[in-house]
Design a protein around this ligand. Sequence first.
Ligand SMILES: [Zn+2]
Length: 251
Amino acid sequence: MWKKVRVFILLLVLGYVAIEAWKDLNQNWDQSIVVLVHPINADGSQNTENYIQQLNAQSFTETSEYLTANAKNYQRNAHFIFKIGRELKQLPPEPPENGSAFNAILWSLKFRYYAWKQTQSVDGYATVTLYLNYYDSNKYKVLKHSTALERGRIGVVNLFSDVKQNEENQVVTAHELLHAFGATDKYDLNTGQPIYPQGYVNPAQQPRLPQHQAELMAGYIPITETQSKIPLSLQQTVIGNLTAREIGWVK
Ligand SMILES: [Zn+2]
């Protein structure tokens, strides 16, 4: 009896994993992409609360237009709908600081469990769910690393609750969103420098440096071999060829 139950549970888990794997590898870009964002007051401050209250559908218009325009560069008619979901009280589990594979797997399971627990039927359908942790920029100068999972299509994004940071927030949000579709980072994890050629918007440019835009998944505009600049808005970034291939815009 117990053996049968165990086999049944195992089959359920395998079935779930198989469906997830299939789903993830086959994003249909002809369907509207619904991005559900849940704001979270991560520092519990009044400033952050006020910022969250003023968020509306327009807050993400630029990001959605940017993604649509970049998809067009690859002959894709992608359509992105950002939906502001309920403000959540509970923070997602913090991604591990050190890169051990075990910690990463453990965190990914905890994060998926968190996402499952937070989901309510009122949230409706979402292709991707992003948990936006907002922090007061008067109190926090540097934010922890944001990260997203392709399997499960969920991400935790750390942002500033300051309208003056809206443009930078959009860059971070778009970057994490593409991780959820399988895009990889295109910068050197040790130095933070964009990797040549895939992290360059214009790798054939002569002279090669300085570049004038950032590849979205490289995160920075390469200036010299050892220095790079943070893009101030999405307009200073482009979704490059390799990223487009990874997320399935190019076959
Ligand atoms: Zn990244």
